[in-house]
Design a protein. Structure first.
Length: 356
């Protein structure tokens, strides 16, 4: 029986790896910048923390540019129809230890505008908190360190290329995808399979109308600019190390599934955002976990091995008395090995916060 949908899409949208969207956002621009870096041009101009200027692209074999990126209809219509018929709860829990409180909010790292405004109970909890606890703070990421890190971890050495690591069928699918999304196969072929898959997955999701700047973690990072302290649970190096650790056969299988059946991805993202708006934790757990995994231990690498450290961060604040507001991928909070259950097992009271 086939998986519910491509698991990479689930990880990127709801399971954590905020960094993946810095890699994938503006994929064409990032490919060009890293291509220039690989060629020894390290004076890559920076526009902001998420978009890097694209050098002039190389000509294709036929001297023509790729087709313009396709304009796939966004998810908003179906999501708005479903959301209007139910209470807007959002996916948040309140953990307590005596009189001390921590709030746990599940993030969707790419979202559509109709997810806003967020429910009042979520915004109120953020205002009552003194510190925002996130996976990584993308707004503080130093491009001067980030681009070389990605180059060393995500690009093949001279003489090697993506096409040496995938089948002819995968190459054809990738080339076709590039042509319809404004990407250049010549540049993409320099990236290791894991990084190419992240970039293509994020590009596909954005073609459905989802945007990283509308992600829930980004929303609160922007609000925190007014003076709220921000602390990180992970480092860019840690997230890249995990993303790069997946075996290539599993990577290729997931990539093929995404490229062959984008409609199923669109349907899943629709369900994911609708479930988040409704605060339906069990639905999100099912979406994230149903037949997840292209190889043994995949779920542990991507989710459950990271959850205890995230729970440690919440526990530290619960015992210190300082109110924290945790925002991590929604997949980290739900399920038997999620942060909510881990905190309950450690003796903390944790209750889901629902709208009135």
């Amino acid at each position: 029986m086939s998986r519910f949908t491509n698991p990479r899409i689930q990880w990127l949208a709801a399971s954590g790896f905020a960094l993946a969207f810095l890699i994938g956002s503006g994929a064409a621009a990032r490919a060009g910048a890293l291509h220039a870096l690989a060629q020894g041009n390290e004076s890559v101009e920076q526009q902001d923390t998420q978009v890097v200027v694209l050098p002039a692209p190389p000509p294709s074999a036929g001297g023509q540019k790729p087709e313009a990126a396709s304009q796939t209809a966004p998810l908003a219509t179906s999501i708005e129809a479903r959301a209007s018929a139910r209470v807007r709860n959002g996916l948040m829990w309140k953990a307590t230890w005596g009189k001390n409180t921590a709030y746990l909010l599940g993030s969707i790292h790419l979202a559509t505008a109709d997810i806003y405004p967020l429910p009042a109970q979520i915004e109120d909890a953020f205002q009552r908190s003194s510190v925002l606890l996130v996976e990584i703070d993308l707004q503080k990421l130093d491009p001067g360190k980030f681009l070389p890190l990605i180059s060393s971890s995500g690009m093949y050495p001279p003489g090697d290329a993506l096409w040496n690591h995938v089948s002819a069928n995968t190459r054809e699918l990738v080339t076709r995808f590039c042509g319809t999304h404004g990407l250049y196969p010549e540049q993409l072929s320099q990236f290791k399979l894991w990084m190419a898959a992240v970039m293509l997955s994020a590009a596909e999701m954005q073609s459905f109308g989802l945007r990283p700047e509308l992600g829930i973690d980004q929303h609160f990072l922007s609000e925190a600019k007014d003076g709220k302290r921000v602390e990180e649970l992970e480092s860019p190096e840690q997230q890249i190390r995990i993303l790069a650790s997946l075996p290539e056969p599993a990577e290729e299988k997931d990539l093929d599934e995404m490229l062959q059946d984008p409609q199923r991805i669109k349907d899943t993202l629709d369900k994911l955002q609708t479930a988040w708006i409704a605060g339906d934790a069990s639905a999100i757990d099912k979406i994230v976990s149903t037949e997840m995994g292209s190889f043994p231990g995949e779920e542990k690498i991507m989710l459950s091995n990271r959850n205890p450290h995230m729970a440690d961060g919440v526990e530290r604040y619960l015992k210190s008395g300082e109110t924290c507001f945790l925002v991590v991928g929604a997949g980290h909070l739900v399920g038997k090995g999620g942060i909510v259950q881990l905190l309950k097992q450690r003796g903390f009271k944790v209750e889901q916060v629902l709208g009135l």
